[in-house]
Write a protein that binds this ligand. Structure first.
Ligand SMILES: [Ca+2]
Length: 457
């Protein structure tokens, strides 16, 4: 929690109220007569190649685009960590990995152990303690950690695919069984059944969709939606590593070699289209869910959050994977739909740590938890008010990226550094870390790097 930021947030809210009262601005407020329902959709490995963000190529996502038009669309949202276990814990607890001590995918139960050891309240606790019915399905915390105990109702599903297919599939086959057998489709059906029933209490629902995580096997119709040429310059993406300290590239050698093999086998285009098709399948799930909200008259009292645990490289920096500090791993979609507000875009950097405190404020939950994120209520109500923040993404122990509007600074445990002027180089291709004229900029950004607490890591 950054006290000065919250003070500014409060001042902005007072100011917007005064301007609105004087008729000098058109700033709405959020007033629910009864506690609103919440649906929080957390996708797995969903990167920024969606229709409502400004990337060079994107998946076909008509349902998400329509929802984005009605939502606060955070165009510069970043995960706190770029692999499942630490990122999901960070989202659900609003605590940075260096404050929970959970940095890696393994041990799988690390999240559960940190919650117990640090007595971390997580978002489901807050809603449950505030008289909400909690309902969930799918992957919430990382697999291996018990998510079910946080929910009054939980629909368990196993993955539709066997573990041997959890790799970049060379055959790119389509799912040839009925679509409703896919685990994400079963989750959607369960959620729709839940929405069709009247509930005595407001509900907080979480859906952990598996898509677009590997193996990217979806019905053919989603492949057809993403069949247009995407013209990726694979050579250029691999040459992008040339300006990096070898200590950095050495971290990813195995995966760079894997990407080189995909390119030499001429499977790059197919791989990317398969990933994008998996996003379109996810889009159809969300579209079906929104249709159900409309049919049950729930759009006017239900907040919808859509985001992902982290991104995914699709050949950028010669990688087809996550778990890096580059934008492709950390930049994710973040939509917050609040009934009664019009759709707007917020362009400045925010963190997925901010979701929990935002919901606490908007839903007026009584919660004494201390957060590392901040409420985005002001950004939702008045996105043109500029607040420059520094957003931290962590990958492993003592490797961190710091982003603000203008810069990305990355510092590795090894001492290696990167610096990108992201306002003119949004794809973070031109590393300026060794240019003497940016020494002071780099020094100031380095002050934002956080020291981990002692968690015996
Ligand atoms: Ca480069």
């Amino acid at each position: 929690m950054i006290p000065w930021y919250n003070l500014i947030n409060k001042l902005v809210l007072v100011l917007t109220g005064v301007l609105s009262f004087l008729g000098l601005g058109d700033y709405p407020n959020i007033n629910f007569k009864t506690p609103p329902n919440v649906i929080f959709i957390l996708a797995d490995d969903l990167n920024d190649k969606v229709g409502f963000l400004n990337e060079p190529y994107k998946a076909y996502t008509p349902n998400l685009n329509a929802l984005a038009g009605l939502s606060a669309n955070f165009k510069d949202a970043h995960a706190a960590a770029t692999v499942c276990n630490p990122s999901r814990l960070a989202i659900l607890s609003s605590r940075q990995p260096f404050n929970t001590g959970v940095y890696e995918l393994y041990p799988a139960k690390a999240s559960e152990q940190a919650i117990k050891k640090l007595k971390l309240p997580i978002i489901m606790d807050s809603f449950r303690n505030n008289n909400y019915l909690t309902a969930g399905t799918g992957k919430i915390l990382h697999w291996g950690n018990d998510s079910t105990k946080y929910f009054d109702e939980f629909f368990e599903t196993s993955s539709s695919h066997d573990t041997q297919e959890d790799r970049i599939n060379p055959n790119w086959k389509a799912w040839d069984k009925p679509e409703n057998l896919l685990s994400d489709a079963r989750k959607t059906q369960w959620a729709k059944d839940f929405l069709a029933h009247k509930h005595k209490k407001p509900f907080f629902m979480m859906i952990g969709y598996e898509s677009p995580h590997l193996p990217w096997i979806v019905p053919q119709k989603y492949q057809q939606l993403n069949s247009a040429e995407i013209n990726i310059d694979f050579k250029n993406n691999c040459d992008d590593l040339d300006d990096l300290d070898p200590k950095i590239t050495s971290l990813y050698l195995r995966h760079i070699n894997e990407m080189q093999k995909i390119i030499s086998d001429k499977r790059g285009d197919q791989a990317i289209k398969a990933y994008l098709s998996s996003i379109s399948f996810l889009d159809a799930q969300i579209g079906s869910l929104i249709e159900s909200l409309k049919q049950n008259n729930l759009m006017n009292n239900t907040i919808i959050i859509i985001t992902s645990d982290h991104g995914f490289h699709l050949s950028e920096k010669c990688l087809m994977r996550k778990k890096t500090l580059w934008k492709e791993s950390s930049h994710v979609p973040l939509l917050i739909y609040v009934p009664g507000l019009k759709g707007q875009s917020y362009l400045h950097p925010v963190s997925l740590l901010d979701i929990y405190p935002t919901l606490v404020e908007i839903c007026q939950l009584k919660e004494k938890n201390v957060f590392d994120g901040v409420s985005l209520k002001t950004a939702i109500l008045a996105p043109d008010f500029y607040i420059n923040r520094y957003i931290t993404t962590t990958q492993g122990y003592k490797n961190q990226a710091i982003r603000n509007d203008n810069w990305t600074y990355i510092h590795y445990h090894s001492g290696a550094e990167e610096l990108y002027k992201r306002d003119i180089d949004p794809l973070e291709k031109h590393n300026l870390a060794q240019k003497p004229r940016f020494k002071n900029i780099k020094r100031n950004l380095a002050k934002k790097i956080s020291e981990p607490k002692n968690h015996n890591t």
